[in-house]
Design a protein around this ligand. Structure first.
Ligand code: HEM
Length: 501
């Protein structure tokens, strides 16, 4: 099947090349793409220097908007001299980038230091894992893990346990008075990630586990620490290839803790503390002869790394918007009450399939506050973007976060309007939205492997919270800070009140 896809892609490519050749004279060369001036040795890194630089790695969206205004919808930049990156803003160009990889192994250039860390430890890992690996090695892992992890029936199998954890969490919200709600949300999503990765309850809400030196606290810190150094390790001179830099040491320490816990959990799977279920993902992987323990440990580390901060931050932003818009929160509560007449009744697949407003709230949250500035790819074929030739091998990064806030693509782009995603009876009032604008989980075969789990978890959290609680926002405006994953740039200040059944 894969071979057929590759053949089809080759035919499509040949066809598009011959079509393109007619217009070849109109296509402008790669070097002419506008962008900031790159200096010898330092590239454009000088523009990212704290205090004096106008760009910032932690404000990638405002930096992106600045480039869009100054250079137009396609920008070429050499952060490192000789390594051009192209920032792509127009949805039609985003579509061209993603369509060009059909039938091929989509490649990313990211998590380079993580790749080195894992390759240096061949006694623990076979590969760099899903996040940094490209080519046939990536597909070998992806094919085997997605068979299990992305299957709707398997995801549904975890719904009941997820709901139990979320109910515990909702009870805590009523009891606790805290200045920043984010650490508690991280505990919730660590708990839910470990449920799927290891079939264990971490008891992260317990007093013992809330201590800073507990296993769950250290795992949350390790994921955050790794994610927050990745962008800086990927860009710049990459001296960590030759000696251990300060940032690389942070990554190494964080990863070595994560790996120690993953190894323990995977090998102790049969202990009595494990949750018994009809279908366990871990058991399925272990039975698969195409995978061994090193692959499974690598995958568990990837899940801890990619699973906790992403869902924590997305849920934080959803709660922020709902807390600031009490009428929308009431609408979601209305849906939750209709679907769960008895507040203690379980959330089933049927409940989720009817939770249209909840899903619209999540989609609108992803439009306004995606966890990533866009999708990164190494082009597998030459493409023409905005009239310029962009050669195969170029690193491109789509700028969906910036484009999703532009008035040419969305009515009232800075307002939180879940209704824009709802099918209205009166179709004329529905916004027509380009499908390449809101892509929170990426696109195609390289998209988020755990998308169904992530969506299920966030849906359950919002339904339960709105069914049982009313919440108000006690902070100021909330923006994002890019640390690979976009983190809220201020504490999550919420106040809760119980809603009577
Ligand atoms: C709201 C939650 C989440 C969002 C928005 C999200 C988003 C993403 C995005 C944008 C990518 C890159 C896609 C691409 O390049 O096309 C990705 C990849 C990935 N995500 Fe997620 N993610 C979420 C939750 C999770 C969870 C819960 C896990 C695991 C438990 C996870 C595991 C992964 C892995 C392993 C990859 C790499 C896949 C590959 O390269 O084949 N993610 N995710």
């Amino acid at each position: 099947m894969w071979r057929t896809r590759i053949e089809t892609a080759k035919k499509l490519l040949a066809r598009s090349c011959s079509a393109n050749s007619k217009h070849a004279q109109d296509v402008r060369p790669f070097e002419d793409i506008p962008g900031p001036k790159s200096l010898p040795v330092v590239g454009t890194l000088y523009k990212y220097l704290p205090l004096i630089g106008e760009y910032s790695f932690t404000r990638l969206h405002t930096t992106g908007l600045l480039k869009l205004k100054r250079y137009g919808p396609l920008v070429r930049e050499e952060i490192v001299p000789g390594v051009p990156t192209v920032w792509v803003f127009r949805p039609e160009d985003i579509a061209s980038v993603l369509q060009a990889e059909a039938g091929l192994y989509p490649e990313r250039r990211s998590h380079l230091a993580l790749l080195k860390y894992r390759k240096d430890r061949s006694n623990v890992y076979n590969t760099g894992g899903l996040l940094p690996t490209n080519g046939a090695d990536w597909w070998r892992l992806r094919r085997e893990f997605q068979k299990v992890l992305s299957k709707p029936r398997n995801v549904a199998e975890y719904l009941e346990d997820t709901d139990v954890v979320v109910q515990e969490f909702v009870k805590l919200c009523q009891l606790e008075k805290i200045d920043d709600f984010l650490p508690l949300l991280s505990r919730l999503f660590l708990e839910l990630t470990c449920l799927v990765a290891f079939d264990v309850r971490m008891n992260s809400f317990s007093e013992e586990e809330r201590r800073p030196d507990s296993r769950s606290s250290k795992l949350i810190d390790a994921a955050f620490e790794t994610n927050s150094v990745i962008v800086r390790l990927d860009n710049g001179p990459r001296l960590w290839r030759y000696f251990e830099t300060r940032l690389y040491r942070k990554l190494r320490k964080a990863q070595s803790y994560m790996e120690e816990v993953s190894q323990q959990m995977v090998s102790q799977r049969n202990q009595s503390t494990s949750i018994r279920r009809k279908k366990s993902l871990l058991e399925e992987y272990s039975r698969n002869e195409a995978l061994d323990i090193k692959d499974i440990v690598g995958m568990s580390c990837d899940m801890l790394l990619a699973g906790v901060d992403t869902t924590t931050y997305s849920t934080s932003f959803a709660l922020y918007h709902l807390a600031r818009n009490s009428d929308l929160q009431d609408k979601l509560r209305h849906e939750a009450t209709a679907l769960l007449a008895d507040p203690d009744s379980p959330i089933t697949l049927e409940v989720l399939s009817n939770a249209a407003y909840t899903k619209a709230v999540i989609k609108e949250t992803f439009r306004m506050n995606p966890i990533s500035v866009g999708i990164g790819r190494i082009l597998q074929t030459d493409v023409v973007l905005n009239g310029y030739h962009v050669p195969r091998g170029t690193v491109v990064v789509t700028q969906n976060q910036v484009t999703c806030r532009l008035p040419e693509y969305f009515n009232e782009p800075n307002s939180f309007v879940p209704e824009r995603w709802l099918r209205s009876k009166d179709r004329t009032t529905r916004e027509s939205i380009n499908p390449y604008l809101v892509l929170p989980f990426g696109h195609g075969p390289r998209s988020c492997i755990a998308r169904r789990f992530a969506e299920q978890n966030i849906q359950v959290v919002l339904l339960r919270m709105c069914r049982n609680l009313r919440f108000t926002w006690c902070g100021g405006n909330l923006g994002t800070k890019s640390l690979l994953i976009n983190k809220p740039d201020a504490p999550i200040k919420l106040e809760f009140e119980c809603v009577n059944a």
